[in-house]
Design a protein around this ligand. Structure first.
Ligand code: ATP
Length: 300
């Protein structure tokens, strides 16, 4: 069968509803416990056959990535690794529409890599059960397997333990980035506290209020070090807490992007618009929590 082109895959923002650092292995990797979800705000990865590999990047956050060597881009690395694994040339033209802030703690690069694997698997006609995309994912980065999993999940170990999360209550999210990138290594390096002993959030109640209470008993252990490096993160959290309808405000991953949880779309959209108006240098967007990453689209 000929696949109509291009093949397009969404790369949604990944959020850590809570994130605990449980320990550090002798090799330096941190052991984590996190509840990972996806928001309906996405980069888009498009792939089409070409004579040789090429990567074009456009979109509002393309500039920092265009300044880097394209061979270092996680999309390029994902394409080359999967091509090698399936024994063919990476003969594809890839366009990355970069709509998510870079180095923002919302796993943009990892989500892009997972989207590239999904798009190529469709373009190259791999069986949905073909194990090779999942086999190359961990080598691309600790967050790539959970992004390929593509549904709310508990993330444990060094990213190698992924367990499906129970169904979560419907919720709207407001994501806010104050226009800065934070390096994951620097934030881990700025940690001063010991390790968390809090247990995993084992069940998720259907009621949003109960869910928020459970999340309040947990936190993001990287928030204090991120604020020490970038005090503006505390301003973002205060601004989110001050919006009508915000039930919980927290930083995602290693920051600097923070999120607010809302029970209604109207409140979430109003909060994002209000924050954009008050702080023109900030990126603020509202989106629903996605139970599942959208399926790959094959354009006609
Ligand atoms: P994580 O939470 O997974 O550590 P992050 O959200 O903080 O990641 P990313 O947006 O994934 O950060 O970017 C981290 C770094 O990865 C960037 O500074 C950039 O140099 C590199 N990178 C490579 N490919 C990409 C990509 N496709 N999108 C974003 N960053 C990329």
């Amino acid at each position: 069968m000929t696949v109509p082109l291009p093949v397009r895959a969404a790369a949604p923002a990944k959020l850590n509803l809570y994130l605990h650092v449980l320990g550090r292995r002798p090799d330096g990797y941190h052991l984590l416990d996190s509840l990972v979800v996806f928001a309906g705000l996405c980069d888009v990865v498009e792939v089409a056959p070409a004579e040789t590999f090429r990567l074009c990047i456009d979109g509002p956050f393309a500039a920092p990535l265009r300044a880097e060597d394209p061979e270092r881009n996680l999309v390029t690395r994902a394409c080359r690794r999967l091509a090698e694994a399936v024994g063919r040339a990476p003969d594809v033209a890839v366009t990355l529409h970069k709509r998510l802030p870079v180095a923002g703690g919302i796993g943009g690069g990892s989500s892009d890599a997972a989207a590239a694997l999904r798009a190529l698997a469709a373009l190259w006609g791999l069986d949905p059960d073909d194990p090779r995309p999942a086999a190359v994912a961990p080598g691309l980065g600790a967050d790539v397997p959970v992004c390929l999993h593509g549904r709310s999940a508990y993330f444990g170990g060094i990213g190698d333990v992924i367990d499906p999360a129970p169904a979560l209550p419907p919720v709207w999210l407001v994501l806010v980035n104050p226009g800065i990138g934070l390096g994951t290594k620097e934030v881990f390096g700025a940690r001063r506290d010991g390790f968390s002993t809090a247990g995993r959030l084992e069940r998720a109640p259907a009621d949003l209020s109960d869910f928020v209470t459970m999340l309040e008993e947990r936190g993001n252990d990287l928030m204090a070090p991120a604020i020490a490096l970038a005090p503006v993160v505390a301003e973002v959290l205060d601004a989110l807490r001050g919006t009508a309808g915000c039930r919980l405000a927290r930083m995602s991953g290693s920051g600097a992007t923070c999120f607010g949880l809302f029970g209604s779309e109207t409140d979430a959209r109003a909060a994002a618009a209000g924050l954009r108006a008050a702080r023109p240098g900030w990126w603020a967007e509202a989106a629903p929590l996605l139970p599942q990453v959208p399926a790959v689209e094959i354009a006609g």
